[in-house]
Ligand binder design. Structure first.
Ligand code: C5P
Length: 240
């Protein structure tokens, strides 16, 4: 497989066409960004870590019956994925109050939620990715109410699988962000990545933060904690 022209460059990844219709080539970059790109850094080796972590998680989800765009990892920093048209929503699922929800509700970070909460954010850099309701999603023509319900159901199922996976690693899955896309048949597939860039992951015993909050809040070395996540994942998942 050869990579062809660059189709899209985001904050963390570059996406290329391939010679095969419907197959894209994703390259993970070493950039770390936070606060809608206001805080930026280059961290050598971050792309390798997130490509491997995300590949392991997508492969694990696949084994548990969750379809995604992931095809296979092809190098340290690259993977092949199915082409989808990305639905411009960030689907955030939370098990514990943290981050923006702690601020919005005025409740202390670390407070467990009685049931998972699913939220939708409009992927729009100019607007700063605002939280939106199901009705707003319909008005904007992003998705129908049925599709929003399906996204919610998929997020809850993925949460169940990931909660169990991370618990095996001694990690509390606090919250995470998913993106979905539609394939050529109109089927909704999980897309983008799942990594410590997109999840809050706290050590069960020590509550140590093992995710991008280390970078956002200057709490330590990003590479050290991402390597810790990868090493724990390698212990329980089939290698990809
Ligand atoms: O900032 P907030 O508390 O809303 O983030 C919730 C979850 O979504 C966190 O795990 C965060 O890493 C993730 N997220 C993300 N990309 C964004 C916004 C949030 O991966 N643009």
């Amino acid at each position: 497989m050869e990579k062809n022209e660059l189709l899209y460059e985001g904050k963390a990844k570059r996406i290329y066409a391939t010679e095969e219709t419907g197959v894209l080539w994703v390259e993970y970059k070493d950039s770390a960004t936070a606060f809608n790109g206001v805080k930026k850094s280059e961290i050598t080796g971050k792309g390798i870590l997130n490509n491997e972590i995300s590949s392991l998680i997508f492969a694990n989800l696949q084994e548990m019956g969750v379809e995604s765009h992931f095809i296979r990892k092809i190098s340290e920093t690259e993977q092949l994925v199915k082409q989808v048209s990305i639905i411009p929503l960030e689907v955030v699922t939370r098990n514990v109050i943290a981050g923006s929800l702690a601020k919005r509700l005025g409740i202390e970070e670390g407070t467990p939620l009685k049931k998972p909460v699913v939220e939708f954010y409009y992927k729009n850099d100019e607007l700063g990715d605002p939280i939106i309701t199901e009705d707003h999603i319909e008005i904007l023509g992003i998705a129908s109410l049925e599709e929003v319900n399906l996204l919610r159901k998929k997020a809850i199922k993925i949460n169940e699988v990931l909660l169990e996976l991370f618990l095996q690693l001694g990690i509390r899955l606090v919250d995470f962000k998913l993106e979905f896309g539609k394939d050529a048949n109109g089927e909704i597939l999980l897309a983008d990545e799942i990594s410590p860039d997109t999840c809050r992951l706290w050590d069960v015993k020590t509550n140590e933060k093992l995710d991008k909050d280390v970078f956002r809040r200057d709490l330590g070395d990003l590479k050290t904690v991402y390597t810790e996540i990868l090493n724990r994942l390698k212990g329980v998942t089939a290698h990809v």
